[in-house]
Design a protein around this ligand. Structure first.
Ligand code: PGA
Length: 254
């Protein structure tokens, strides 16, 4: 981590919990992180649960957001939700291009770009996910994959827009598998992403952009991962479903 960048720990609750469970977890996260000031914190509940979580977190230092948005403004798009809906619930963040969206909903780098633009235009902070699959890593195509995800997914944004983007590097083979990238593997890609951003938006924006690591982050490995120069926090899946382990990860930023 670099002192110029305040770490962000984001809990991606995915398609888990229900109304009661989400409310309880939000309360516990609030309690356990109440005195932690070394990171920005947010949780990303499933859409129908956001309003209840918002009630619990309102006015606190714990932010919240959605797991996806439509690139469209509004209209006949059954099942989708738009930026305005998230904003009206008080959301500050939205996750975009998560590998599960790419895999199960056929999202592309182009749709990631459209969604990112929509989020920024609405005032949401997009957490834009990139990451290679195992076959890509094994065949030496990691950097090529990341380059396309970054140059297309964030291509053409203005510097002002890019200044509000958070990037999350999540190697697909490390998500939910218990198999974390080594700190060196993570740092290598984070550094590469920052170089790409410097080429696209200049050194100043690149040096200010928060690049989170995601993929089986736990209290036991978070400190070493976030100790890397270009790792500015974590996007946490499984371990964010327990307030104790989530707060344990936040603690690693102190
Ligand atoms: P995981 O998920 O922490 O369960 O590996 C991370 C993510 O998908 O954001």
């Amino acid at each position: 981590m670099d002192e110029r960048r305040k770490p962000l720990i984001a809990g991606n609750w995915k398609m888990n919990l229900d109304l009661a469970g989400a409310t309880t977890l939000a309360r516990e996260v609030l309690q356990r992180t109440a005195r932690m000031r070394t990171a920005d914190i947010c949780v990303l509940p499933a859409s129908p649960l956001i309003q209840a979580v918002a009630k619990v977190l309102e006015g606190s230092a714990v932010g919240f957001g959605g797991q996806d948005i439509s690139p469209e403004e509004e209209g006949a798009f059954t099942g989708d939700i738009n930026a305005r809906m998230l904003l009206s619930l008080g959301c500050q963040y939205v996750c975009i291009g998560h590998s599960e969206r790419r895999e199960f909903h056929l999202e592309t780098d182009e749709s990631v770009r459209a969604k990112t633009g929509r989020a920024l235009a609405s005032g949401l902070i997009p957490i834009v996910c990139v990451g290679e699959r195992l076959a890509e890593r094994d065949s030496g195509a990691t950097f090529q994959r990341i380059e396309r995800q970054i140059t297309v997914g964030l291509g053409g944004l203005s510097s002002e827009e890019m200044a509000r983007v958070v990037v999350a590097y999540e190697p697909v083979w490390a998500i939910g598998t218990g198999r974390t990238a080594t700190p060196a593997q993570a740092e290598e890609v984070h550094e590469y992403i920052r170089k790409l951003l410097a080429g696209m938006f200049g050194e100043v924006i690149a040096s200010r952009t928060r690049i989170l690591y995601g993929g089986s982050v736990k209290p036991g490995n978070a400190r070493e991962l976030m100790g890397q120069k270009d790792v500015d926090g974590a996007l946490v899946g499984g371990a964010s479903l327990s307030a104790e382990s989530f707060a344990g990860i936040v603690e690693c930023t102190g």
